[in-house]
Design a protein around this ligand. Structure first.
Ligand code: HEM
Length: 74
């Protein structure tokens, strides 16, 4: 997934400039060991509130709620 920056941002010690494209690796974000301890272990009790599967912020998925309802029903 790629976004175009509408402002300069500092991110992990680097400056990304307005107009540049940034690729977001959601699967990688969901295995960020700073958020999820032992990220590759299957832990059904894990706090999943930090997951980025549906994006985040302004463009958070509008279909997240029905998508989760479908998954629960399946
Ligand atoms: C498991 C299913 C789904 C996943 C994993 C998913 C994932 C995502 C992600 C990661 C984004 C953020 C995109 C971005 O930041 O550029 C997004 C946005 C969006 N999703 Fe989903 N989605 C799912 C299902 C759905 C469904 C069922 C609908 C509609 C019925 C939907 C409608 C949208 C819309 C309209 C946006 C754009 C929101 C915006 O830009 O403000 N999604 N989705």
């Amino acid at each position: 997934m790629a976004h175009t920056l509408d402002a300069d941002v500092r991110f992990h010690g680097r400056t990304l400039r307005e107009g540049e494209r940034a690729t977001l690796l959601l699967a990688s974000a969901n295995r960020d060991e700073r958020v999820f301890p032992d990220p590759d272990a299957f832990d059904i009790e894990r706090d999943s509130s930090g997951l980025r599967s549906f994006g985040t912020g302004t463009h958070f998925c509008l279909g997240a709620s029905p998508a989760c309802a479908c998954a629960r029903a399946a």
